[in-house]
Design a protein around this ligand. Sequence first.
Ligand code: ADP
Length: 372
Amino acid sequence: MPIPAKKATASPDPEEILRESEQRFRLMSDTAPVMIWMSGTTTLCTYFNKVWLDFTGRTMEQELGNGWAEGVHPDDFERCLTIYTTSFDQRKPFSMEYRIRRYDGVYRWILDNGVPRFTPNGAFAGYIGSGIDITELKEANQRKDEFISMASHELKTPVTSIKTFTQALSYRFQKQGDEECLRILSRMDAQLDKLTKLISDLLDIAKIQTGKLTLREEAFALDELVVEIVDMLQGTTRHQLLLEQRAPVLVFGDQDRIGQVLINLLTNAIMYSPQADKVAICLEKEQGNVVVSVQDFGIGIAEDQIEKIFEQFYQAADPLEKTYPGLGIGLYISSEIIKQHHGRIWVQSKKGAGSTFMFCLPVYEESSRDLD
Ligand code: ADP
């Protein structure tokens, strides 16, 4: 049976389509619970949604062009402008936090994400951005930081006292020749050391957050420090710690803090490679820098987690499974220490195929020392 021909319909009016699309955008933009702005091919702003205007209590006319900048907190303005204009010049997305004056005169923290827009034929058309009020989140974060700082200070004193009492008891048991009690006490002391390390990591986090992680800097031989730490840790593990490459090199920095980074990388390498039997360490000079690498042959890290493991409290393994102990703070502290030394820390890894953690520091002086 022949199919009846469809009734011819009038082709849609392009202006009508445009109007409808524009209307849909306005409706979406004005009802979504986010502040939305747009700029054109110059950096000047051409649109703000209703949420933005209600939030700032200003009119579209007041906000257009550079008007919005009047509401930005003076202490945040320069930083914001630099992020905005440099991203704009490179046509790159950006994310920034700043304070903006609300309709009632109170400054609120906004997280603003901007992305470049392009026409269907690829021409740059400006930016579109969205902002959300993160003031409460920031306040909660600050309370969390204050709690960590307070709790770790409160824990430090009793743990230090217990450690002193342990030493006193150990002295007494030694005099009495009580081997059994000495054994128990030594296990108690090892647990106390773990507790002390956790507390000192938490205290470091508090110091980093308040900008009080101070460095006691001096020139020191990094290669000697590496040897010292490798020797020390070799006594605590069945893994073979192989120092495969070593060059004499002086760096300027805080030896204890750099040692802390090395210990963290090596203990992680050992912990996250339970099936392996070795860890390889290298120290090489490269164009005015020294690169230290710690390679393990363990569980590795999934690609989507590589960026995150240097973040505070991030653990790649499911923390609920609790296969591995830890709080996810060692790498965060390490990266802050390396940053303060004008260096860089990074990792190359593949899930199931091991990881190589590396950090580089500027060389202080070419050392002509002979290696021992
Ligand atoms: P943690 O105390 O949990 O080890 P870190 O900050 O040192 O804290 O490490 C963060 C996370 O990075 C770890 O929980 C682990 O999932 C991952 N990680 C660190 N080092 C390695 C490694 N050598 N191999 C595999 N995963 C690692």
